[in-house]
Write a protein that binds this ligand. Structure first.
Ligand code: ADP
Ligand code: MG
Length: 258
């Protein structure tokens, strides 16, 4: 089986973390005056217009807003997948702009888990092989990665489907595989782009329960982009994004009560 080797070969296994500074100790993500445009001249679209944002450790922050308001762009800047035109994002006390491409890939692979709207599972791999990918990237042995991937699938209620390929699973099951993959390497930051938009209410609730349980730790944080009002109650805080800016913040009932 050579898929893990191919992935591992393209990624180094070593990454050393700098200690957190005192000032940043309870802040997982800090964005300062982030500006981002796409295109040129008349076709230019200003997607982010000076975003100021902090995500605390232990919280589930939701970014909510209409389609086209800049949510995915902001998530991409936070995850170091897209460079802002101005401003900066510090994530887990790392500044993306100060890292080269390889450092970014290693840091992202170790510290960030992703859940995408479209699941983004590899169709030729089984559920457990998909879930094992972040562990392989981080240098785990194949045996260890497979064992931990199977445990992660158990936790999302899919232990019995570990050998199934994505095409053999329902949309809700595929999204749960994607959640297992995002959590399997125990990342400090999880970012989710519309994680429930393809799911019915019950399955969406199950996915949010799993994500929230992971975020409720003093050294973890979760950012969920959504316009699915059915899941707003899971948030500790909600930032309302409109036309590339955060228009207002609310502390949700979950946050106030919890
Ligand atoms: P949301 O996720 O809230 O729907 P996006 O961040 O995807 O919003 O998009 C914000 C704005 O930037 C929209 O006007 C969108 O059309 C534009 N946009 C997003 N990605 C690109 C791109 N790759 N090229 C050009 N324009 C883009
Ligand atoms: Mg989007």
């Amino acid at each position: 089986m050579n898929w893990p080797l191919q992935i591992a070969r393209s990624c180094s296994t070593e990454y050393s973390f700098r200690p957190m500074t005192q000032a940043a100790a309870n802040i997982a993500v800090r964005c300062l005056d982030v500006v981002k445009s796409y295109g040129e001249a008349a076709g230019r679209v200003q997607a982010l217009r000076g975003i100021e944002l902090e995500v605390r450790f232990g919280e589930l922050l939701m970014l909510v807003g209409p389609s086209g308001s800049g949510k995915t762009t902001l998530l991409s800047v936070i995850a170091g997948l897209l460079d802002p035109d101005e401003g900066e994002c510090r994530v887990l006390d790392h500044n993306w702009q100060a890292m080269d491409r390889d450092d970014r890939a290693r840091f992202r692979g170790r510290s960030i888990g992703f859940v995408f709207q479209a699941f983004n599972l590899l169709s030729s791999l089984t559920a457990s092989e998909n879930v094992a990918i972040p562990l392989i990237i981080n240098g785990a042995s194949l045996r260890d990665a497979q064992e931990r991937a199977e445990q992660a699938l158990e936790r999302v209620g899919l232990g019995a489907r570990a050998s199934a390929r994505p095409g053999e699973l329902s949309g809700g099951q595929q999204q749960r595989v994607a959640v297992a993959r995002a959590l399997v390497h125990d990342p400090k930051l999880i970012v989710c782009d519309e994680p429930t938009s393809n799911l019915d209410h019950v399955t969406g609730g199950q996915v949010m329960d799993l994500l929230r349980a992971h975020a409720q730790a003093a050294d973890r944080a979760l950012i969920v982009v959504t316009h699915d009002s059915r899941i707003f109650s899971y948030a500790d805080r909600i930032a309302y994004v409109e036309d590339g800016a955060i228009e207002r913040w609310t502390e949700s009932e979950a946050g106030l009560n919890g």
